[in-house]
Design a protein around this ligand. Sequence first.
Ligand SMILES: C[S@@+](CC[C@H](N)C(=O)[O-])C[C@H]1O[C@@H](n2cnc3c(N)ncnc32)[C@H](O)[C@@H]1O
Length: 236
Amino acid sequence: MTQADDVVTTSSAPSGTSHIRSFVHRRAHITPSQKEALDRLLPQWSVAYRCAPLDLDQAFGRSAPTVLEIGFGMGETTLKIAQARPDDNFLGVEVFNAGVGALLKRIDEAAQTNIRIIQHDAVEVARDMIAPDTLAGVHIYFPDPWPKKRHHKRRLVQPPFIELLASRIKPGGYIHCATDWENYAEQMLDVLSHVPLLTNTADDYAPRPDFRPQTKFETRGLRLGHGVWDLIFTRK
Ligand SMILES: C[S@@+](CC[C@H](N)C(=O)[O-])C[C@H]1O[C@@H](n2cnc3c(N)ncnc32)[C@H](O)[C@@H]1O
């Protein structure tokens, strides 16, 4: 992705606060079939961002444990996990048009009913739409690493956001992060370890759980010779 030097802040925070965005808006290529899926399927499988708590039972048409996935990219991992865990709901949040189109297409082709999408900044979704103590889990897989030091402020895994997410998880629920950037893995371990509501399930990094398949970005990282680090913490 393009990593611009500009720092975009949002002024839409109801509390009057603003935050540095973890993404930059870009005009990325979208295929005709992703565009077609966006036009045809977005109303069926997506929930619009609103500054009000989302009724999860209503959004999914059933009451089930709900996992929030942040930055699902092209959604191939989201679909595989949703297929493997039919009794759970998956709320995927992504800002990238082509990715949202790609996941909509996968949902349609697989006739998968336990995924909903919100196309919006996940920081605002977690803050405004997810009530405290509601999520069964949070997945953050291979978030943009922002490798340059001056861009580290854009990384998603920072204390305020992880504290916010921890407050949205039910006691006993989990947060699972993975990265192929060693320096980001160290930051994740430091940030997650210092959130009072969270407990590490491992001494430091966790083994990759069977339910997480290899993601697209992980495959790219492995090709580049990177390692992979999983972190799984539970909510006290
Ligand atoms: C490096 S990709 C990883 C995609 C996927 N999880 C994988 O492992 O293949 C990170 C994704 O996070 C999305 N993203 C970054 N910041 C976000 C935010 N604040 N809210 C929603 N999505 C975000 C980006 O658009 C991008 O698609």
